[in-house]
Design a protein around this ligand. Sequence first.
Ligand SMILES: [Fe+2]
Length: 149
Amino acid sequence: MGESILMKLEEGHRVIKDLMNLIKNEHDLVHKKELYLQMREELLAHMDGEEKTIYRHLIEDVGNQESEEVAHDAEDEHEEMRHLCDKLDATRIEDENWESTFKALRHQFLKHQESEESALFTEAKEDFSREELSEFGEEFEEAKLQSHP
Ligand SMILES: [Fe+2]
């Protein structure tokens, strides 16, 4: 049996969080921009992958309101993060607004990660078997590969 999607998501969160910390502490703006682009690609593919797999299963397969709600809330949080990425893309990194927008994105991500790993993971463990969670893990890898942010 392959690795559970929940393990893969935790790994992904760690990668994104580490990149965000590097960006936060980087003073060389050229390097900072490169790190941002790398993090942005990871984050957008990760969110796409989640929406196409675990969120979709929670919304469509379970038939309970709590599972649907937890996934819809997470989707709304993703929307906010996409919006903040768009804002960062449209701002020059030299601009002082870039830093405050990045701070907002990082804050939003950490908040989202926390609620996802508690509420959404708990819901997923209640709703799906270990076999299903491992199948979703493979679907997640596939969806990430097909995502072209
Ligand atoms: Fe997420």
